[in-house]
Ligand binder design. Structure first.
Ligand code: URA
Length: 432
């Protein structure tokens, strides 16, 4: 019989916990027999003393098995998932999921909503009239089998230990700890059932991890934990020191995703999507990344990826006429041209601040209960490294009411640093 007091003491002394101790903690905390104060003390001890990779893998496995798990074994080697650690303008799932499905992958995926300055895939999909983010397990499986892609909201019974622990960590200053972040993310991915997983670990001012070194440590922990738990895992570290693409906000991001899938835009967003999709397909089919990249580019150019997007959205009840005619997506009554305050180069964009500006326009939530405005957001006309003249439009702010503009404009301008010299360019993809 274990005692939480002893487990906390052991970790406080920096000693590794046994498998039995870790499973006792997760089972007891999920069931409610271990109180929040003891769970909170253990989380703090883990933050201060760390965990070995073996402990992190056991913690992840225990959390993944704390509730329902999705069985995708019928898809064999073809089931594949992706996860982004969150950012601003990150609509990669909308592009990568149908692209990978058009080349034989099975993307049966659960996605989250936006919180704080970051957006969420489920909110973006709900800006398409009729799209259903909640399906029965049978429908979820059937659409994944028939179409090759299905994206729904996170079910409450998937990894309930993580749900409870994450809420606790949020109020006890124990979020920024690599073993706890890695186990939190990977427990949900493992419970989601995919055989292969590609992680997009964001790095920079719009991300959790601010430096490439921090992002690399998190990526390595997640890959190692996933592999110890029997999955094929790869991670890319990508730049989130500038918003991804040009559109931020739910319907606006759907619009940009459609343009990429139609082959009308080949920018930073396109390149990150090709990198993610080709790594997913390389795991699924055993192709080299270069072969997979060529396949992705061809599927976009010949229309297969876009056709798969329409098939997927229709299968989940969405009105595909708004994708075929993008002017029919929700549109804001107010569109304000925000101008450069001075002449010079945009030296830096504090990307979390840009995300906050989009939220202030109505595109995001401050609390889980807030409703979002699907049409609100920002369309960037200039990004880091661009030279602009004073008074030139650098972004369009879309919103439902002029009263929301001043605070959003202030947040946007406070996030921009101007300089007379061009900034040193960051790589888009730091490492794999
Ligand atoms: N995202 C998660 O799901 N969990 C964390 O701990 C941090 C980010």
């Amino acid at each position: 019989m274990y005692r939480m007091y002893d487990i906390i003491t052991k970790k406080k002394q920096g000693l590794p916990l046994t498998e039995g101790e870790i499973r006792f903690f997760i089972e007891g905390y999920t069931a409610g027999s271990i109180p929040h104060e003891q769970a909170s003390a253990l989380c703090m001890a883990i933050c201060l003393r760390g965990m070995t990779m073996e402990e992190t893998a056991v913690l992840t496995d225990a959390m993944a098995n704390s509730g329902d798990t999705v069985d995708l074994s019928a898809f064999g080697e073809y089931s594949v998932d992706k996860h982004s650690t969150g950012g601003v303008g990150d609509k990669t799932t909308l592009i990568v999921a149908p692209l990978v499905a058009s080349l034989g992958g099975k993307v049966a995926k659960m996605s989250g909503r936006g919180l704080g300055h970051t957006g969420g895939t489920v909110d973006k999909l709900e800006s398409i009239p009729g799209y259903r983010t909640s399906l029965s397990p049978e429908e979820f499986f059937e659409i994944s089998r028939r179409v090759g892609v299905c994206v729904v909201g996170q079910s409450g019974v998937l990894a309930p230990a993580d749900k409870k622990l994450y809420a606790l960590r949020d109020v006890t200053a124990t979020v920024d700890c690599i073993p706890l972040i890695a186990s939190s993310i990977m427990s949900k991915k493992l419970a989601g059932g995919a055989r292969s997983i590609v992680l997009d670990v964001k790095c920079g001012s719009g991300a959790f991890m601010k430096t490439p070194a921090e992002a690399k440590a998190l990526a390595q922990a997640m890959v190692e934990v996933g592999e110890k738990c029997g999955r094929r895992v790869r991670a890319l570290i990508t730049n989130m020191d500038v918003p991804l693409g040009t559109h931020i906000g739910n319907a606006l991001e759907v619009k940009e995703a459609v343009k990429i899938l139609r082959g009308e835009q080949e920018d930073d967003l396109y390149r990150v999507c090709i990198a993610l999709a080709s790594n997913m397909l390389s795991l699924v089919h055993g192709w080299s990344v270069e072969e997979a990249e060529a396949g992705c580019i061809a599927a976009i150019r010949d229309g297969r990826a876009y056709a798969k997007l329409l098939e997927w959205i229709a299968a989940q009840g969405g009105d595909t006429s708004v994708l075929e005619d993008l002017s029919r997506l929700p549109v804001s009554p107010v569109c304000y041209a925000l101008c450069a305050p001075e002449t010079g180069y945009i030296a830096h964009m504090a990307t979390d601040g840009i995300g906050t500006a989009a939220c202030l326009l109505g595109a995001g939530r401050a609390t889980k209960e807030d409703t979002i405005d699907p049409a609100a957001g920002i369309v960037l006309q200039a990004k880091t490294g661009d030279y602009v003249e004073k008074g030139q439009c650098i972004a369009y702010l879309h919103t439902s009411s002029e009263a929301l503009l001043p605070a959003a404009e202030r947040a946007f301008l406070e996030s921009i640093t101007m300089d007379s010299k061009p900034p040193v360019e960051n790589p888009l993809i730091f490492t794999r």
